[in-house]
Design a protein around this ligand. Structure first.
Ligand SMILES: C[S@@+](CC[C@H](N)C(=O)[O-])C[C@H]1O[C@@H](n2cnc3c(N)ncnc32)[C@H](O)[C@@H]1O
Length: 153
């Protein structure tokens, strides 16, 4: 099957510029505090089936599908971001963890059905998060504090 995906926008610094053709489709988005953004990680290299997450040799090699590496067969990435404001087709957001110039494939509002209350993560994820500088991870830290150290409540 051949897929023909066309970006609907592009990542700028701390914002997403939706292409003119699709701006009308943003109507109503201001009602949501958070959005799910789907990207095409255009600069990523081919995946290796097994890899050390973030190149950290202290963690055993894992399958790439068990990680959030940008090196994936279809280069698809997604982030949950906080919507600050929407102005003339520009979504100003907090929590973007991709580079300016990254093509945006889709935007979806974040709803309660996306929130998982009881979740489990392996200990290596916590190990990597300790020094994680990006804003999305800081967001998930505060979520873990809310839910307790294991992410369970
Ligand atoms: C680990 S990925 C995760 C993205 C998203 N939160 C996800 O889980 O799909 C984010 C990292 O990919 C890299 N990256 C950012 N933009 C990229 C792009 N356009 N192409 C390839 N790699 C990118 C950066 O190193 C960034 O820290």
């Amino acid at each position: 099957m051949n897929l023909n995906l066309r970006p609907i926008g592009i990542v700028r610094k701390n914002s997403i510029q939706i292409h003119k053709r699709w701006i009308k489709a943003l109507r109503g988005i201001e009602g949501f505090s958070h959005l799910i953004i789907v990207f095409y990680l255009h600069l990523s290299r081919r995946p290796k089936l097994l890899m050390h997450p973030k190149g950290n040799k202290a963690i055993p090699k894992l399958g790439y599908l068990a990680t959030r590496t940008p090196r994936r067969r279809n280069k698809i990435g997604l982030s949950v971001v906080r919507l600050i404001k929407c102005q003339r087709g520009q979504l100003f957001v907090e929590g973007l963890d991709v580079w300016p110039g990254t093509p945006v494939l889709d935007v979806k509002p974040y709803t309660p059905r996306d929130a998982v209350k009881n979740f489990k993560i392996p200990s290596w994820v916590r190990l990597l998060d300790v020094n994680e500088p990006d804003p999305l991870r800081r967001y998930s830290h505060s979520l873990h504090r809310t839910l307790g150290d294991s992410g369970k409540n």
